[in-house]
Design a protein. Structure first.
Length: 386
């Protein structure tokens, strides 16, 4: 008579071994529900070849029947898990060309998370993603330590880092190298724009070659780089390790007037009023001074420091002789240098004027003569303070 059903009571404990089972012999129809228990199987008895695909279902295996010793140790790979509600393992490896671990929330506003627990079961760390929910489309990812959120990244790529301490958190960027060359890059933050990720600005720490005892290469300057329209991406300002602040492209002119015309040797006649054309530039950072006509064009709105010096002559009249600082056509500051005929005097004064971008700063003499046989007799400097 053929055997139609195997039950637990019909099998002597430990009697089924690998060699006793033909390949693909075990199917769903051959095993009664809960027929196979732990004592019925020889250790390592069931291998892949002995069980037909999808042969053994949940109902065919008694609770707690299959233990580690009953499964062939060579069968270590799991090709499909389906849906897991829980998984406990000492070590899990997911290996594929493009592996994915998908955590899917099934409830509105659900959260998928990876938790890190200590030996007591306490959650010490957590990486979580909160999905949107009714009335709120703010998806975000959070990073938690010690049970509280420390970092959040929202859907607009905004990143917040905060704690609840009396002192806020610190973002540390740097290198552990002790061999950073003078001027070498220690770390920074780069800002870019457009689909080409074009660099637009960068804040960076650069080694300044200075050292502290036991900390080679620890000295640094703080550098600020940015670009304007059609400009190269270069450093525009620096805070030096010693506390000095320099601006590489701060608008600045220093120079004077050289050349004479008129009947008086060495002097230029300014009868009727003339703007002094400072045609010698010792420094013209930004090229804002036009050395042909003496017009300084303000590149930005700000406060401009103006210094003037000159050797002047009152001319042939006792009328007032005045030097003006002008913004566009308005006389903003003036200084008298003579009230009598044939009077020579040295003039020097300064002022700070506020001017808007594209305004024109000039220095004008209302009459008399100026001496400019050498540019150092008659000159000015204009500097943007901020």
């Amino acid at each position: 008579m053929a055997i139609t059903k195997i039950k637990s009571l019909g099998i002597t404990d430990g009697t089924i071994a690998t060699g006793d089972i033909a390949d693909d012999a075990i199917t769903n129809a051959k095993v009664a529900n809960n027929a196979v228990g732990t004592t019925e199987l020889v250790d390592d008895a069931i291998t892949n070849a002995k069980v037909a695909n999808n042969a053994v279902g949940t109902s065919e295996i008694a609770d707690d029947a299959v233990t580690t010793a009953k499964v062939n140790p060579a069968q270590t790979d799991i090709t499909s898990l389906g849906t897991l509600t829980g998984l406990t393992t000492a070590d899990a490896i997911i290996s594929a060309s493009n592996p994915n671990l998908n955590l899917s929330a099934t409830a509105d506003g659900g959260e998928g998370a990876i938790q890190f627990k200590d030996d007591q079961g306490n959650v010490d760390g957590k990486i979580a993603y909160r999905t949107d929910y009714a009335g709120n489309t703010d998806n975000y990812m959070t990073f938690q330590t010690s049970g509280t959120e420390k970092v959040r990244i929202d859907t607009n790529a905004n990143v917040s880092i905060r704690n609840a301490n009396t002192t806020g958190p610190t973002l540390s960027i740097g290198t552990t190298s002790t061999s950073v060359a003078n001027g070498g890059y220690i770390g920074g933050i780069l800002f870019d724009a457009s689909t080409a990720n074009t660099a637009t600005a960068r804040i960076q720490a650069l080694s300044n070659g200075q050292t502290d005892a036991g900390a080679t290469g620890s000295g640094a300057d703080f550098s600020f780089e940015c670009r304007n329209n059609n400009q190269s991406f270069t450093e525009k300002a620096r805070i030096h390790g010693g506390g000095q602040f320099t601006v590489n492209s701060q608008p600045f002119f220093h120079g004077g007037r050289q050349g004479t015309t008129g009947s008086t040797s060495g002097y230029t006649d300014a009868t009727g009023g003339l703007i002094i054309p400072f045609n010698v530039a010792q420094d013209n950072t930004g090229s804002h001074m036009n050395t042909s006509n003496g017009e300084f064009t303000c590149p930005v709105t700000g406060q401009y420091l103006i210094n003037f010096w000159g050797f002047l002559h009152s001319g042939d009249s006792s009328a007032n002789r005045i030097v003006y600082f002008r913004v566009n056509s308005s006389d903003m500051v003036f200084n008298y240098f003579a009230h009598e005929t044939g009077f020579n005097t040295g003039v020097g004064y300064s002022a700070v004027l506020r001017a808007a971008a594209t305004n024109i700063i000039t220095i004008r003499v209302n009459s008399g003569r100026w001496y400019s046989a050498d540019w150092r007799y008659l000159g000015c400097s204009i500097y943007l303070l901020g």
